[in-house]
Ligand binder design. Sequence first.
Ligand code: M6R
Length: 610
Amino acid sequence: MCGIVGYLGNPEKTIGVLLNGLKSLEYRGYDSSGICIVSDEERNIFKSEGKLENLRLKIEGQNLTAPTGIGHTRWATHGKPTENNAHPHSSGPVSIVHNGIIENYKELKDALSKKGHKFYSDTDTEVLAHLVDEYYHDGVLLEEATVKGFADVEGSYAVAILSENEPDKIVALRKFSPLVIAENEEEKFIASDVPAILPYSKNIIFLEDGDIAVITPDALKIIDSEGKEIKREKKLINWDPVMIEKAGFRHYMLKEIHEQPRAILDTIRGRFSEADYTMEFQELLKLNLKKISKVLILGCGTSYHASLIGKYLIESIAGISTEVDLSSEFRYRDNVIDKNTVVILISQSGETADTSEALIAAKKQGAVTIGLTNVEMSKIAREADFTVYTKAGPEIGVASTKAFTTQIITIYMLAVFMSISIKRIDKVQSKELIKSLISLPKLMQVALELDKSILNLAKEFHTYRNFIYLGRGINYPVALEGSLKLKEISYIHAEGYAAGEMKHGPIALIDENMPVVLIAPKHGNYFKKIMGNFQEIKARGGRIIVITSDETFKNQLGGDDRIVLIPECSELLSPLVTVIPLQFLAYHIANLLGTDIDQPRNLAKVVTVE
Ligand code: M6R
């Protein structure tokens, strides 16, 4: 939710490394930020409300040097996003940055207040600084005080801690929140996510729950709460630092929309055999699919929409009964799953709390779990029985785009793999399914050429305050996704509906002030039905944008209606093409309205709170 960085090395570089690291983590939270640096002489803390740029302006020109520093970019949970509540928080010589939520902070705060601690902020984090300080006496090392202080803490956290008494040290620890560390010849780094470290080292250590990293100029030491040393392997991360730059695009979101054909290629590469058209899922070799009676797919937000599409794909291709639920709903109801259920957990970040908690609940009930995520070594990747990766590369824009399409293609491949494994389809059928998969990046490339024409459409439509998105069958979840994209980055109210549901209520909303985006690729049964919906809307004076592969639709349009022609594509893969104009529409409308597209208000890229 929040971003953490830490650096120990060249005093001249500390400020730059911290600010650049925070910049690359800004997508995790962006309502306030702060840094703390320490040297033998002094500790300096700077904080700012709002975007990181405000902090940069505050620090600029101060010529500050110190070998050690920590920094934080915040997404507020406890306390408003003010400068006073921004991290780092301090007590005595101790300063701390924190990602997560401390559930028992009120009890801890009361107990500490009775011991004379004075609090200045509304945050749960400040309590942690006081707790460590409480145990930090003469002769006690920072890591020892940290272990004692955190013994009573309940909740989730990734933290980095400094002390002005030990200026050559950072202590970092985690529980239920990600934290990575790395080093090169001269420097040591900590971050809550890989992009902050990637420019300096590709060999990353992923800390595990309960690990305490003690970082000094000589060593990256990891210990447990008893002080016993733990060895963790370094993992080579092959993401190119260039991937986390904007590459000439105005926003990450636009860059990521355009990256989709490449992301799809990377995701399918190596997963099927062109020789005999079989799917190769090394990750799932030990999974006995013949025993599976049901699949359940769970996710949140865009990943939930990909899950809904997954139901169509698995039922249609593999013929296995498939249910879908929101991770946050699944956990709190009496659900019927057992060891013959496969639960697929879809999450771009692999860290979403609702989904990772749902994973734990599903495992407890004996289900076989498959994590489908974009981030290696993420929580879901580590905890699921099997993990299948999408290869979208880092997704920085808060509004998910390439993660969505790579999730769909991955479930498609899973469905083909399942179907072949249980011998539901033969070689000829699997060849057909795999062939349409291979042609997809090209079709998406054609759809990407719509960028400019959708900008013109956005110019016409950006002043409306409400939109309806309609789709049928496998494109119903695309209607949900299109409306989510529009609302989250343009703040325009948008509803997604199954087109057949229109007549059961939403049709009452239709008038000339309610544009309707109709997703109507030309496919068998659905197409005829959606033509019917088109007529119903026209009869009520609605204004329509139709996304279709049927040119003859033009003849039906009224003067105020608009058509977006997309390339023809197999029905099961059509969401990967139909969603592209919707991503562009949301993007261009938001851009015309001047919103903060990559970091929309109130949102964060990774939601590690329930
Ligand atoms: O990392 P995840 O896929 O688990 O994230 C799930 C949602 O938080 C995410 O898809 C969110 O809805 C996006 N902002 C949508 O664009």
